[in-house]
Design a protein around this ligand. Structure first.
Ligand SMILES: O=C(CO)[C@@H](O)[C@H](O)COP(=O)(O)O
Length: 221
């Protein structure tokens, strides 16, 4: 399975999102990672469904929507209608994870679950057979430009081992502090989908940055 690169628009120019998405298409990004933050689950406030709808009219990229909001169950229909392809909810943010995953899937969307660094994998063990992807946060969510927390690599490895042992098929996504060095560690640990924000958008050349990340992990798996 080739490694997928998912640039996060959190570090892009919010005043010019349409052209930022165009750059990602030209660069051959596999997905675009859209960080929705509510100022409660995390400190920051970013964008909501109306912005995602406008972006949808301007891009054919796969929209990987990461809801960093409390009670994500209140917002699912809005993000489904906005054109999200995948919706990721945090296990820490909802009481009824199984029902929520099933509801997202009932709309024909991919459904994924995210874990903060300190949340153990066993919290989501029972839903691993119904999710499309697990997002392991490699930093505490809320901000771009942080350093990857080293112990999260062991978490990725444990999850990948569990997936293999149980014959499951969900993808493993990682998010936070990814650069040309940490991407190698994450992929070796078992990650399949790599979110990178500041590395891609602060580089000055989005295409070169995406290609650099891809080249670092080509042939590793
Ligand atoms: O969800 C988040 C932050 O909470 C991310 O998606 C960031 O956008 C990652 O940024 P970098 O660490 O790659 O700069």
């Amino acid at each position: 399975m080739p490694i997928k690169i998912a640039p996060s628009i959190l570090s892009s120019d919010f005043a010019d999102l349409k052209s930022e998405l165009k750059k990602l298409e030209v660069a051959g990004a596999d997905l675009v990672h859209i960080d929705v933050m509510d100022g409660n689950f995390v400190d920051n406030i970013t964008i909501g469904a109306p912005v995602v709808s406008s972006l949808r009219k301007n891009s054919k990229l796969f929209f990987d929507v990461h809801l960093m909001v409390i009670h994500p169950e209140k917002h699912i229909e809005r993000f489904v209608q906005s054109g999200a392809d995948n919706i990721t909810v945090h296990a820490e943010a909802t009481y009824h994870l199984d029902a929520l995953i099933s509801r997202i899937k009932s709309f024909g969307k991919k459904a994924s679950v995210a874990l903060n660094p300190a949340t153990p994998i066993y919290m989501i063990e029972n839903v691993l057979e119904i999710v499309d992807m697990v997002l392991i946060m490699t930093v505490n969510p809320g901000y771009g430009g942080q350093k990857l927390i080293p112990y999260t690599l062991k978490k990725i490895e444990r999850l990948a081992n569990f997936r293999e042992k149980e014959g499951l098929t969900f993808e493993i996504e990682v998010d936070g502090g990814i650069n040309e060095d940490t991407i190698v560690d994450c992929v070796k640990a078992g990650a399949d989908v790599i979110v990178a924000g500041s590395y891609v958008f602060d580089s000055g050349d989005v295409s070169k940055a995406v290609e650099k990340l891809k080249s670092k992990v080509r042939g590793l798996r």
